[in-house]
Structure formats: C-alpha cells, structure tokens
Design a protein around this ligand. Structure first.
Ligand code: SF4
Length: 226
C-alpha cells in the first residue's frame, strides 16, 4: 500500500459527508443481525483493498450492511462476496477461496477491489448526491492505480459511475452499454468489462453462474497478464 493510498483510506474511514448514510451505518452496526449479535461491527466507511500495482480492478456498488460494514472489508462476510471469492480463487486471482475478516490472510494477485460508494445505502439505493460526494474518493483511488489494464464493474450502477470518472477526464467517450461480458476500450487504453453483480438474487435466478463469472475472470486475467 502506497503512502498516498494510506492517506486516502484514513480520510475515507473518517468521512461523514453523507448524513443519511452515517446514521444508517450507525443503525446497522448497533442493531446488528441476529447471527452477528455478539460481534463488534466495523461501523465506518469501507475502503478499497488489494495491490496498488494492480492490473485488474474489480468495482462494486457499496459495502453490504452485514458484510463490509460489519467486517471492514469490501465483499467480505456476505453472500455476494462468498460467490465472488470462490470464482476469483478458481481463476487464481486470490490465494484462498473465502474472504471473512480483515485478519483472514487473503491476498489478491495484481488486483484491487473497491466500491463506488464507501458507505452502505438503505435498500442498496444511493442518492445521486451521495454518489457525487463519494466520487472524489473513487477518482483518487483509480488514479492511484498506475498499472491498470482491466476494470470489471459488478452491476450497472458501478458501470455507470465508472464511466462518469472517464467522462470527467475526457471530452469524448464513445457510447457504451451495460452488457455482461462485453469489452470496451477506454481512452487511456484500459479495457472496461461490465458484469452482472454476484448478488444472491442474480445467482439464484441464474442470471449469473459460477461458470460465467469464472470465464470472465480468466479472460480478464489473460488480457491484463495478471
Ligand atoms: S458515502 Fe463516501 S462521501 Fe458519503 S459519507 Fe460515505 S465515505 Fe463519505
């Protein structure tokens, strides 16, 4: 982790810019979920994590109420993360098939994982002003990844907000549509690949399967030479 990233993460963790999200995090972390009632929730914004020299970026929407908001790490301790890390491990992107806590020894191979929004929104539905407030953190995070080759966005909101970053930087961006597995070349020669979010709903309805996700990760790995 570079000094710049450490400084950024310290700022994110203390951020209270969105009052609605600050009070929702407090509510979630004090009321807790039945099966986690004896745990101390992280109860703060959740930063990105992984390799600062990453060639691959995996981008979600926001930490889960009883996942990242509880454990302090994105996609950690929830069903979406269970599915995601099983696939990442099979694609040899991680050293283990699970992500359960900050101390579990997880390592990412030339990969960085983060969310567009660092705080969980009620009903997983952020307000536009909250996305706008938080975009400055994502803009800095992505700018710090100097060796980036591939971005996989999980879900449409992550895809749309990733494009917003590029639209701020470049006057012309060709039209891109959210389509699982499609590749788009961005102006800085990074390839953007939209993917369905690995949420339990998408997995249970078979919109996304382990086979599909694995295929996408192996392709991204080959393209980025991870
Ligand atoms: S969503 Fe982002 S900007 Fe808003 S309070 Fe959380 S960290 Fe701060």
């Amino acid at each position: 982790m570079s000094i710049k990233s450490k400084k950024l993460n310290k700022t994110i963790v203390k951020c209270k810019k969105c009052p609605r999200l600050v009070s929702f995090i407090k509510k979630v972390s004090t009321e807790k979920r039945k099966q986690n009632i004896n745990e101390n929730y992280w109860g703060k914004p959740v930063t990105g994590f992984g390799d600062i020299n990453a060639k691959l970026l995996i981008l979600g929407l926001a930490p889960a109420a009883h996942g990242g908001t509880r454990t302090g790490r994105a996609f950690t301790g929830d069903k979406s993360g269970e599915f995601l890390f099983k696939c990442l491990y099979k694609a040899k992107i991680t050293n283990q098939p699970t992500s359960t806590s900050l101390q579990d020894g997880l390592k990412l191979n030339s990969t960085y994982i983060t969310n567009i929004l660092k705080c969980v929104p009620p009903g997983d539905k952020p307000l536009n002003k909250e996305l706008k407030n938080c975009s400055k953190y994502f803009d800095t995070e992505i700018s710090n990844l100097k060796k980036l080759k591939i971005i996989i966005t999980l879900g449409k909101v992550a895809f749309d907000n990733c494009l917003k970053f590029y639209k701020k930087k470049h006057t012309f961006i060709k039209k891109m549509h959210f389509k699982h597995g499609k590749s788009y070349l961005l102006p800085d020669n990074v390839t953007l690949i939209p993917s369905y979010h690995p949420s339990p709903r998408n997995v249970n309805t078979k919109l996304v399967s382990e086979k599909m996700m694995l295929k996408l990760f192996i392709r991204a790995k080959k393209m980025s030479k991870v």
